[in-house]
Design a protein. Structure first.
Length: 166
């Protein structure tokens, strides 16, 4: 294995900051139509996954949700808090909409189709093709976008760190 490929592999395996994750994710989310699709589809996919999970096993879903929140906490405390609130909202939506697994699965499929249409419009492949952890960064990107996070170049990035005013 060449030195360059080893270095690249080690860099990908190293711990990235939230800003690095969001910066990498933003590269394939520049087209306004794709962004709008993602702003709707990512939360829809998230709530549909929780809905499917809750339909199968409440306890396993809650444990997995806690593990996801731990991932977010390692990146940023404000992100952890924002995603915790979002999960509570999702659980409230599920309580208000007593629908079953098949409906949640259908919502999941339709939202993913929307995501792939967005990437076709963008002309770039989804970030998770490079690293599955980007499946958890999508919701963080939406939260960050809603909170107005941008970097010095104007790309949507993290300001979701301890400096964030809640």
């Amino acid at each position: 294995m060449s030195r360059n490929s080893q270095s690249h592999k080690q860099q990908k395996m190293s711990k990235r900051t939230l800003e690095q994750w969001l910066s990498e994710y933003s590269v394939s989310h520049q087209n306004l139509v794709n962004k709008k699709i993602h702003w709707m589809a990512v939360p829809t996919i998230f709530v549909s996954i929780l809905g499917m999970g809750m339909s199968l096993s409440v306890w396993i879903t809650l444990v997995l949700s806690a593990l996801v929140l731990l991932f977010y906490m390692q990146l940023s405390t404000p992100l952890f808090l924002a995603m915790g609130i979002f999960i509570l909202i999702c659980l409230s939506v599920m309580a208000a909409l007593p629908i079953g697994f098949k409906v949640w699965a259908s919502i999941f499929v339709v939202a993913w189709i929307g995501q792939f249409v967005g990437h076709k419009i963008e002309g770039k492949k989804p970030s998770f093709f490079e690293d599955l952890q980007f499946l958890l960064i999508g919701p963080a990107w939406v939260v960050n976008s809603l909170m107005g996070g941008k970097n010095k170049q104007g790309l949507e990035l993290s300001i979701l760190d301890t400096r964030l005013r809640l």
